[in-house]
Design a protein around this ligand. Structure first.
Ligand code: A3P
Ligand code: MG
Ligand code: MG
Length: 365
């Protein structure tokens, strides 16, 4: 059985936004400096303004880079959910469980014609679990690296800039607990992307309750008591804006920044603007909630936040109707296509989407 969710005409997603819930963190986990899972907030980072003029390429040769070619499925997210359910003694009430990055791809699809994706999904105990299809991810990266000659620094160096900016803009402890020396020596810190703090939230789009897990880069102050909004900060780098064309590009990029931060309830995005060769020249704080208005107020806006929400809301509702029995399903959006296809790839079971630990726990619950 195959089903297709048409994305045209786009007008059917316009109009006021479907209701959304404010994302609430109910659990978290960390990866330590070796990328080992820890059920705590030990890898949280504190924002502290970086020094302008820093060279984002510095230390590239000592980058401790995570090998993320393997397939981690939903394992860490499921581990965290199990721990939470053991504590509360009941199942979480989500209709859909997935990584924030996966949901970002879905929500951006309406306005990202070129981005294809493939995901695997399975229904288990009335909840849909969605993961990215790792083979597709690996293949897409290979294709990207093989794309013809390009100007400017190598892709790996440009990718490093993002992590370098994180190191330049954060502290591993609060400002009070950090020495002046550390703050001033951040440019010489070894950059690693193995350490991560991940927030696990309950949120909602339209009629669908979602449980999402995703990395947050930093916190503005400190974590408040449970249930209260957290002053998360998303860090981004971007080329400095020197022409109307640059501004167009930046506004287009703001869609992904906005979706990514909206989904986890991250209120602030700090953008480090850099020269074409990676010198940090400006830092701008952007309120996530103001982005849709900023983009709309300029002529020829390429995307609309309400339409992203409506599209995601309708797609999720549709998906929950289509995936209504056992097996593993593929969710596929071919690059440039006007629809999202859903079809079954395995008749029974849950493939590798669900860990043994998770299923064993749920059987007992
Ligand atoms: P910038 O995007 O700020 O340059 P995130 O912004 O999601 O916290 O990711 C941190 C950094 O990881 C990014 O920094 C970028 O360097 C790298 N990164 C994230 N997603 C990527 C992708 N799809 N491809 C390549 N690099 C990516
Ligand atoms: Mg990040
Ligand atoms: Mg970031």
């Amino acid at each position: 059985m195959a089903a297709n969710f048409p994305m045209q005409p786009m007008g059917r997603f316009s109009g006021p936004s479907q209701p959304v819930k404010r994302p609430k963190e109910f659990a978290c986990f960390s990866y330590d400096e070796n990328h080992e899972f820890r059920l705590d907030d030990s890898s949280i980072k504190y924002y502290y303004t970086p020094r302008l003029g820093a060279d984002l390429s510095k230390g590239f040769d000592t980058f401790r880079k995570l090998d993320d070619s393997g397939d981690e499925h939903l394992d860490s997210l499921l581990k965290t959910i199990v721990a939470h359910e053991k504590e509360t003694g009941k199942k979480i009430d989500a209709n859909v469980v997935t990584w924030r990055g996966t949901m970002t791809k879905i929500m951006a699809a309406l306005f990202e014609q070129q981005d294809g994706f493939e995901m695997n999904a399975t229904l288990y105990q009335d909840c849909l679990f969605i993961e990215e299809n790792n083979d597709f991810k690996v293949q897409s990266r290979l294709n990207e690296n093989r794309r013809g000659p390009r100007r400017g620094p190598p892709l790996e160096v440009m990718q490093y800039w993002g992590y370098k900016f994180e190191t330049l803009s954060t502290l591993p402890r609060t400002w009070h607990e950090t020495s002046r020396e550390y703050i001033e020596d951040r440019e010489n810190q070894v950059v690693s992307n193995k350490e991560q703090y991940c927030s696990v939230v309950r949120t909602g789009i339209g009629s669908t309750v979602l449980c999402l897990g995703g990395e947050v880069d930093a916190i503005w102050d400190t974590k408040p008591p449970p249930g209260q909004p957290i002053n998360w900060v998303e860090l981004k780098t971007s080329a400095e804006i020197r022409s109307p064309g640059d501004l167009d590009n930046f506004h287009r990029k703001l869609m992904k920044f906005w979706i990514q931060s909206f989904l986890l309830g991250v209120p602030k995005i700090v953008v480090g603007f850099r020269t074409r060769d990676g010198i940090l020249v400006e830092v701008q704080e952007i309120e996530t909630q103001n982005i849709p208005q900023t983009v709309n107020s300029r002529q020829g806006a390429r995307w609309n936040a309400d339409m992203c929400v409506n599209f995601a809301g309708e797609f999720l509702q549709w998906l929950r109707n289509v995936i209504n029995d056992e097996g593993v399903w593929r969710i596929r959006r071919r690059s440039g296509s006007n629809g999202i296809e859903v079809f079954k790839v395995e008749e029974t079971g849950h493939g590798d989407i669900l860990s043994e630990e998770f299923k064993n726990w749920r059987i007992k619950l």
